[in-house]
Design a protein around this ligand. Structure first.
Ligand code: B4P
Length: 191
């Protein structure tokens, strides 16, 4: 299995590049952000709880996202691999993911970390906010909160995967095709 953690701050291009990766390498896309927004749309109690946190730019509890990911992995035992988009976001989530994948005997193959500076992230998210209808994209203060949450809780995961020799950093500035080219080079070197 090819299991890729697509990593980066909010607005780095994870969702955008995931779409291209799943179609090229025939992988299953697991985006915790999309799964949570699905719960919100369905009006489930989980969705209602998550919405309060997401609208403020805060992370939802680890147990919630870990449970969602475990369900999706169990439902797709014969996949060629998975793109983990926006997950893990904390060390606790990364440890839980390693433990789940251990059961499937197919560990994380690599982490692709998209690097983009803060001013560009804010511009991109405010732009998307004009059309996405996402409360967490519409307000600069909330975007700042999301970036702070990333710096405090998520950024340490780079070291977590580097210690396992699985980190590959990618310049996330440039055209979507240029960035995808750099990503494919990294993935193909592993295959
Ligand atoms: P996510 O849905 O993961 O959203 P995101 O961080 O904004 O990234 P996304 O993938 O959507 O954006 P992209 O960079 O592709 O998370 C939302 C919220 O859900 C979190 O704040 C949190 O509350 C909760 N959550 C999710 N997962 C969680 C977890 N594991 N634990 C706890 N809480 C969790 O794109 C951004 C914009 O940039 C787009 O408009 C795109 O078109 C544009 N763009 C992309 N590439 C570009 C390029 N090269 N040049 C210019 N623009 C580009």
């Amino acid at each position: 299995m090819l299991n890729i953690v697509l990593f980066g701050p909010p607005g780095a291009g994870k969702g955008t590049q995931s779409e291209k990766l799943i179609s090229k390498y025939r992988l299953i896309h697991l985006s915790t952000g999309d799964l949570l927004r699905g719960e919100i749309l369905q009006g489930t109690s989980l969705g209602l709880e998550a919405k309060k946190l997401m609208d403020q730019g805060q992370l939802v509890p680890d147990e919630v996202v870990v449970g969602m990911i475990e369900n999706k992995l169990s439902a797709n035992p014969n996949s060629k691999g998975f793109i983990f988009d926006g997950f893990p976001r904390t060390t606790k989530q990364a440890e839980a993911l390693d433990a789940i994948l251990e059961k499937f005997k197919s560990p994380i193959s690599m982490m692709l970390a998209l690097e983009v500076e803060k001013a560009e992230l804010i511009n991109r998210l405010l732009e998307r906010g004009k059309v996405s209808g996402r409360a967490d994209d519409a307000n600069e203060l909330v975007i700042e909160n999301r970036i702070n949450e990333y710096n405090n809780k998520t950024l340490p995961l780079k070291s977590y995967y580097q210690a396992q020799n699985k980190l590959s950093t990618i310049n996330g500035i440039g055209s979507i095709e240029e960035i995808f080219g750099a990503i494919c080079k990294s993935v193909d070197a592993l295959l």
